[in-house]
Design a protein around this ligand. Structure first.
Ligand code: ATP
Ligand code: MG
Length: 261
């Protein structure tokens, strides 16, 4: 298999439990290079848990995780560092430092990891450029506490892209959660822009179907530890699978009623 056809990320039969709770049940996933893969599913199904397995923040109980054909779930923290320099994570709650300015937040990962090719001046310039890409130039000296939800998300995306070389993959955990439709649209467009302009492969976790359709080339639905559907946005929207239909239509799923009380 040539590198071009090889999935960037692959999960093989990944199982993850927390105590007696089975969250991921022998999950297989192959993330294609250059495309945006979207994972949908109701709250608490394990979407964030799945993303954390991709960067080694969580380890499977069983199964394997690969990055560009190399097994990574068995690597120690030290050997994971070069992998983590190629995969950025936009966290569900942004994970910005309130004590730092916007500019310092974007610089922070580059300053922290000693392997960065850039010197201090280069880091500053790249941080400014990345803030401009997401339309946040002029906000460099504000602190996260002074920003709106959409602005914080844009800073988190600027930080994700601020690497030299740029990351190969960005994992977005609920990038539009809590945003009004106009601000969500800005973020959806940014996710597409990262794919187009930086050739980034995206993995997007969301329960926002509009966002899933706009950013996704392919959508998978996680339900009770398994992927129960996979297809293009059009195929998922037209799916006759009952759980997928309920999700797409925003209707309570009989399976989940007890947890929705
Ligand atoms: N570190 C942990 N220790 C114990 N249980 C955990 C841990 N992380 C997640 N869980 C449990 O695993 C399940 C899946 O959590 P996860 O955060 O992946 O859900 P999610 O699909 O991302 O939900 P949401 O859409 O609300 O963000 C939840 O029931 C959660 O309580
Ligand atoms: Mg989550």
């Amino acid at each position: 298999m040539s590198t071009a056809d090889q999935p960037v990320i692959e999960l093989r039969k990944v199982t993850r439990r927390f105590g007696r709770q089975l969250v991921l049940d022998a999950i297989d996933l192959a993330v294609e290079r250059g495309r945006n893969t979207v994972i949908i599913g109701r709250s608490g199904t394990g979407k964030s848990v799945l993303l954390k397995h991709i960067v080694g923040l969580l380890r499977p109980n069983r199964g394997e995780v690969y990055f560009e054909g190399r097994r990574i779930d068995t690597l120690g923290e030290h050997d994971l560092t070069p992998i983590r320099m190629q995969i950025s994570f936009v966290f569900q709650l942004n994970a910005l430092f309130d004590s730092m300015t916007v500019l310092e937040n974007v610089e922070f990962p580059m300053v922290e990891n000693g392997r960065q090719r850039l010197d201090r001046k280069g880091i500053r310039e790249l941080a400014h450029r990345c803030l401009a890409v997401v339309g946040m130039d002029g906000f460099e000296h504000k602190r996260p506490g002074e920003l709106s939800g959409g602005e914080k998300k844009r800073v988190a995306i600027a930080r994700a892209i601020a690497m030299e070389p740029p990351p190969k993959v960005i994992l977005y955990d609920e990038p539009t959660a809590g945003l009004d439709p106009q601000r969500a649209d800005v973020i959806n467009k940014l996710v597409r822009q990262m794919q187009r302009d930086f050739k980034v492969t995206g993995v997007v976790v969301t329960h926002d179907m509009k966002s899933a359709q706009e950013v996704g080339d392919r959508i998978l639905m996680l339900h009770h530890g398994k992927f129960i559907a996979e297809g293009t946005p059009e195929e998922i929207m037209a799916s006759r699978e009952p759980h997928v239909r309920n999700f797409v239509q925003g209707v309570a799923d009989p399976d989940d009623i007890d947890t929705l009380r």
